[in-house]
Unconditional design. Structure first.
Lengths: 144, 429
């Protein structure tokens, strides 16, 4: 098993907290026919970071950068959850057992399953530990 | 009431004689300062060429930027062993302006404060709470020693902790306070919320910031004081340079200590009585740091009418500045200082915008600055750390808490020609 297969490149965009910024980012994705698979916004004092998993991360990076946005790639991993009561508990418990410290997380519920996207300190180590505890990780290619 | 009636009411002829004598002495002492030796020789003027008060016009002005070039002790006309106190004031860039005082300077300064406070009817019966910063800012120690000189009971309460300030005014039966007008408004508001009253209070001295007649009415009503305007700047000792008398119609500036000119700030042309322009002052009794034709940046005019109190010619209350200096909570801030700080931080760009608002009667300064692309790695905490770093760097230099907003690279306005980076939204004060 190659842990690299499980490392997903999240697009992180610096954005001021003002009306129209999200619309502008979303429009850029529309114009490039980029599909958004998961998405969240983290907000601080007057500004924030828009985080997205998209099907064409490189294209998204190029387009947003050309529009003047400050964009970076961040490595995240995606843990599969059961889409039923207790699904999150099961995974959170497993992550706790595996000693994984999350910096942040967000979730979406897709056709196949519910998915928890997490950002961790040491991604390689986290992948091995989650797998060894019997967790299921989505491979990066699922998102492309 | 007078502290020094003879000198406070000198007849014009006698005054001019005294001023000329002191001016000559000041020019001699300025000769100990390399900057002035060069200024005089560049202008082709020797101290002995100054035979009348008008002859001072032959000499060039001294600007705040000049003082910076002498950092730290280049403007001292006496050896350091004669200096007994050092204050600083914000300079136009990162370095502050240093002001030194000899023992005589401190004595002269306290004497002027004593004149001012006696002029408004204060004396040894009074209990005085001095609610300004006691550190490098001249307002704290300046008023402190003047008030002690006339025998007031002085409470060096300094700034902050409004609840405690209110308690002390009440418990100590304070009769006179000194603070910035905006802090006075804040104090009045907090007192109102708590239904606190100040039956003992009768006099409010407000300075370090410009304030209006409508603010006077409001402060007098809310605090139950008679409000007096105090003017000064650190380079000229500090507060006490000019002050309102009981007539409260203009500021008495002490002509036996300060030679006053009003100039057109664009051309440098000397203006007459009643004409509005920049106040230029040559202190006549400053030992440690003599200044020649110092441009204060403050806009005023010489008043034509005499005053019922019998003191010397007044100047109008300060209405504005001829340069870009800002006064935030009584502290001088130059936009160039902000630029200087930002230049030293690679995480942010060099473009910035400054917004000044008045929130609960206190000035709030917020600064927008662009993030440097290369320093964004996708994490929110990188950004908050960066923001905290900028806040700290600004606080270290400006001695002011500001709020900093990171904005997207390239999103701030770029200026061709004169930049308008400061938006003052405080409105009528």
């Amino acid at each position: 098993m190659d842990v690299k297969n499980y490392i997903i490149r999240q697009i992180s965009v610096f954005s001021e907290n003002k009306p129209g910024r999200l619309a502008s980012i979303a429009k850029a994705f529309l114009e490039e026919k980029i599909n958004i698979l998961a998405f969240s916004i983290a907000e601080a004092d007057g500004f924030g970071v828009v985080r997205a998993l998209v099907n064409q991360p490189d294209k998204a990076f190029t387009k947003l950068t050309a529009l003047g946005y400050n964009v970076a790639f961040t490595d995240v991993i995606a843990v599969k959850m059961k889409d039923q009561p207790g699904g999150l508990f099961e995974i959170a418990d497993l992550l706790g057992d595996a000693g994984i410290n999350m910096e942040y997380a967000y979730a979406y519920s897709g056709k196949e399953a519910a998915v928890l996207i997490i950002r961790v300190d040491h991604v390689d180590e986290a992948v091995s530990r989650i797998l060894s505890k019997g967790g299921t990780l989505l491979e990066a290619k699922v998102f492309i | 009431m007078f502290w020094d009636k003879v000198n406070e009411t000198l007849a014009p002829g006698e005054l001019a004689k005294l001023q000329l004598k002191r001016l000559k002495k000041t020019l001699n002492s300025a000769n100990n300062v390399e900057f002035y030796r060069k200024q005089f020789s560049d202008a082709g003027v020797r101290a002995s060429d100054i035979r009348t008060l008008e002859d001072i016009r032959k000499l060039p002005f001294t600007k705040k930027q000049d003082l910076r070039s002498g950092y730290p002790f280049g403007f001292l006309a006496v050896p350091l062993n004669r200096v007994v106190r050092i204050h600083t004031t914000s300079g136009t860039t990162g370095k502050p302006t240093v002001v030194g005082y000899t023992r005589n300077d401190l004595e002269a300064w306290a004497h002027l404060i004593a004149r001012n406070m006696t002029m408004v009817g204060l004396g040894e019966e009074d209990v005085f709470q001095n609610m300004v910063n006691y550190g490098m800012f001249t307002g704290g120690l300046g008023f402190h020693y003047g008030a002690e000189k006339i025998g007031m009971a002085v409470i060096p309460s300094a700034t902050g902790n409004t609840t405690r300030q209110i308690e002390m005014i009440q418990d100590f039966g304070v009769t006179a306070i000194h603070c910035t007008p905006s802090y006075a408004m804040h104090l009045a508001e907090v007192a109102e919320e708590r239904h606190a009253e100040f039956p003992s209070l009768k006099t409010g001295i407000f300075g370090a910031e410009p304030w209006s007649e409508s603010m006077r009415t409001e402060l007098e009503e809310k605090l139950g004081v008679t409000a007096y305007d105090s003017y000064g700047l650190s380079e000229l000792f500090g507060p006490g340079v000019a002050f309102e008398c009981v007539e409260r119609d203009g500021l008495h500036i002490w002509h036996d200590y300060y030679l006053v000119e009003i100039i057109n700030p664009e051309t440098g042309e000397v203006l007459g009585d009643g004409e509005r322009g920049e106040l230029v002052v040559t202190p006549l009794l400053k030992e440690a740091m003599p200044l020649i034709r110092y441009r204060t940046g403050d806009v005023t005019f010489r008043m034509d009418d005499g005053c019922l109190c019998g003191r010397m010619q007044k100047i109008g209350r300060i209405t504005g500045r001829s340069d870009d200096m800002l006064v935030i909570r009584g502290i001088n801030v130059f936009p160039s200082q902000i630029e200087h700080v930002l230049l030293s931080l690679p995480e942010v760009g060099n473009q910035f915008m400054v917004y000044i608002d008045r929130v609960n009667h206190l000035d709030e300064m917020s600064i927008e600055v662009e993030l440097n692309r290369e320093y964004f790695h996708g994490e929110l905490q990188d950004l908050t750390r960066m923001q905290a770093k900028v806040v700290k760097a600004l606080r270290d230099v400006l001695e002011l808490r500001t709020s900093v907003k990171l904005v997207e690279p390239g999103s701030l306005p770029r200026f061709e020609g004169k930049a308008k980076r400061v938006i003052d939204r405080r409105g009528e004060i």
